[in-house]
Design a protein around this ligand. Structure first.
Ligand SMILES: [Zn+2]
Length: 461
């Protein structure tokens, strides 16, 4: 039984396309079969899961299995993976070379590191099954209607992805890998670095003339302002937003600039694409490849239509690094009441990401930035082990840091953050806190956040 190509390119697209046409009975049985397959594979190949699933037979329900967490799995990384040739030390060494982003580790796996908003960083491998399914889902469900998909093909699949070129993130890694193996992607897709000067990005986009424009909502909104001002002049058929909360204001700005409503998606490193938005504005879950269980703080099931504190993810196509009943701390509402668009799969509302935007005073009024930007800069500085950046009133940025190398690492972080923010007209005073990184009052560990109004800044060093 080979680990990496259990679901080939053709099978992934055929199976993904066929699922939408299946009867409810067929869907339930295919999901059950995939669940049994992944659970048995994990039990047989992962020392950690063979402990967790000791004594488990075929007649279990998903709710019988133990809940797993990012911290618990990362602590036992080498026992967690199902390929004995993979070790966390080996992966860290591989990631020391930034050029390895988008290249295969051990000729088999793409490697990603989360720059998410909560908890310790997660290192995650995409085996060939995961890559094939992710590509199939993007092609089958990434477009709101079949008409948009055909129009995209007519314009030679020209896609511009605006993302960070630094670090091992999914967007740039998948794009680079795709370009290395697929000639259509080599000429049809281009990466636009969010950290590059805006006039340069604008000029390159004007030349490239993408049929699809994808990126974080904050980057897309910056480009929308360029389009409205007349410096950018492109006509994408699809504007794909992801990675951050997409607010109603951002939707209006993007619609005004590009003449169409942006399409939203919900994804994570551990799951790939969780849900894609339909023409009715509902995020339909890819329930053939992932299982979403809405739960309360004690991991008890929460009914559809009710707000759940978090949810448990089971990934049905990640064989190398099994994700089974894995805690995801986004607050969601799970819907199973159907949708006028005709897609039969359940859909999800994700709550509570808007408050995460960082609000700086700036030279010309308030400027909002996604925490992802600072997260990406700080987490990629050598020596940083755990960090937290908290923005206080008066543009004072408190840094809590655990690092190999102490003060010089702080100076490097400070210089990098300063350089990025001042380029955007923001001047902050950055100081090292006496406090170590830790959870907020609600118990959530967030890397980069605004200070609550009544939280006093910690002492300067
Ligand atoms: Zn729908």
């Amino acid at each position: 039984m080979k680990t990496t190509d259990r679901i080939g390119v053709i099978s992934a697209s055929v199976l993904t396309a066929a699922y939408g046409r299946m009867s409810e009975f067929q869907k339930v049985s295919i999901r059950r079969r995939r669940l049994l397959q992944i659970v048995h594979y994990a039990k047989a190949r992962s020392p950690l899961f063979s402990e967790l699933f000791a004594g488990l037979g075929d007649d279990f329900e998903l709710g019988d299995l133990p809940v797993t967490t990012k911290t618990g799995l990362m602590e036992r990384f080498d026992d967690w993976v199902t390929d004995g040739a993979v070790s966390l030390d080996g992966l860290r060494e591989f990631m020391n070379d930034p050029d390895n982003n988008g290249r295969l580790f051990l000729h088999k796996y793409l490697v990603f590191k989360t720059s998410g908003t909560t908890g310790p960083p997660m290192v995650f491998l995409y085996d060939k099954s995961m890559i094939n399914v992710l590509n199939a889902v993007a092609l089958e469900r990434g477009f709101p209607t079949a008409r948009e998909r055909s129009a995209f093909f007519l314009r030679r699949c020209k896609a511009a992805v605006v993302c960070s070129s630094v670090g091992f993130n999914i967007s740039s890694g998948m794009l680079r890998f795709g370009q290395s193996v697929n000639p259509v992607k080599r000429y049809g897709m281009e990466l636009f670095d969010v950290f590059a000067p805006l006039p340069e990005v604008t000029e390159r986009l004007n030349r490239f003339r993408p049929a699809m424009l994808g990126g974080y909502p904050s980057s897309l909104c910056t480009l929308a302002q360029e389009q409205i001002a007349g410096r950018l002049n492109i006509s994408p058929l699809i504007v794909l937003a992801g990675g951050e909360y997409l607010s109603e204001d951002s939707i209006k700005t993007l619609q005004a600039a590009f003449g169409r409503r942006p399409v939203n998606s919900y994804a994570s490193t551990e799951s790939g694409t969780i849900a894609n938005e339909c023409a009715c504005g509902h995020m339909h879950i890819n329930d053939d490849w992932i299982v979403m269980e809405p739960v309360d703080s004690e991991n008890k099931p929460v009914a559809a239509g009710r707000l759940a504190d978090k949810w448990l993810l089971t990934n049905l196509c990640s064989f190398t690094q099994p994700i089974i009943r894995y805690e995801v701390t986004d607050r969601i509402i799970y819907h199973d009441e159907g949708c006028p668009c005709g897609r039969k799969s359940p859909w999800v509302e994700v709550e509570g990401r808007a408050s995460d935007m960082l609000r700086f005073r700036g030279e010309d009024g308030e400027i909002e930035f996604a925490p992802l930007f600072l997260d990406n800069i700080i987490s990629n500085i050598t020596g940083v082990k755990i960090f937290q950046a908290i923005l206080h009133d008066g543009d004072r940025l408190e840094l809590r840091l655990v690092a190999d190398g102490g003060a010089p690492v702080f100076e490097n972080v400070k210089a990098a953050v300063d350089a990025f923010l001042s380029k955007n007209g923001i001047h902050v005073s950055i100081y090292l806190s006496d406090d170590p990184p830790g959870p907020d009052k609600s118990g959530k560990f967030i890397h980069v956040r605004n200070a609550p109004e009544n939280e006093p800044p910690q002492a300067r060093v």
